[in-house]
Ligand binder design. Structure first.
Ligand code: HEC
Length: 145
């Protein structure tokens, strides 16, 4: 049983932010280090998760969110875990994501608020499909049904 749980953990770990296995092997030490010391980007992501959860609750309670959290712009510069790179795909997704997130706070938009919110969360998911699939099930929970 214990072995089962352990192998599940290992599996989960490899399924999370770490597709480039080869690289990962050579960087095992840094990876272990990363587990204790989340990157600036990982911290930002967790912050974005929490903020969007709050936005979701506000929307469900009929409160219109008005202030775009400027911290989100750090996505363009935050330092990432060693085994991640800021490639073109990442950059185009982060741009799309920021534009979409800003739209949530655009009180003049004609598009329904819930739709703007879900579009943004779907962009979180799209980028994660290319970069880091681990957190996707968690991110999906942010979607307004
Ligand atoms: C442009 C691509 C991109 C977008 C958009 C994006 N992410 Fe991420 N996310 C990443 C990458 C890359 C990492 C891994 C960061 C690292 O390890 O340095 C990550 C990591 C995470 C993590 C794990 C953090 C940890 O503790 O390891 C969570 C949770 C997360 N993102 C949630 C979100 C949410 C919620 C959104 C939308 C509000 C979002 N992400 C949008 C690329 C993205």
């Amino acid at each position: 049983m214990r072995i089962l749980i352990l192998s599940f953990c290992v599996l989960f770990f490899f399924l999370s932010c770490n597709q480039s296995e080869k690289k990962a092997e050579t960087k095992k030490e840094e990876m272990i280090y990363d587990m204790y010391q989340p990157s600036e980007m990982a911290n930002l992501m967790n912050e974005m998760y929490a903020q969007n959860l709050k936005v979701k609750e506000d929307i469900l309670n009929g409160i219109v969110p008005v202030e775009f959290p400027l911290d989100f712009l750090k996505i363009h510069s935050a330092e990432m875990s060693e085994f991640k790179s800021r490639n073109e795909t990442f950059q185009s997704f982060s741009k799309l994501f920021i534009e979409s997130e800003k739209e949530i706070f655009n009180t003049e938009s004609q598009i329904p608020l819930e739709k703007r919110f879900n579009n943004t969360i779907n962009l979180c998911i799209s980028c994660h499909q290319t970069e880091c699939t681990g957190p996707i099930p968690r991110i999906r929970k942010l979607l307004i049904k």
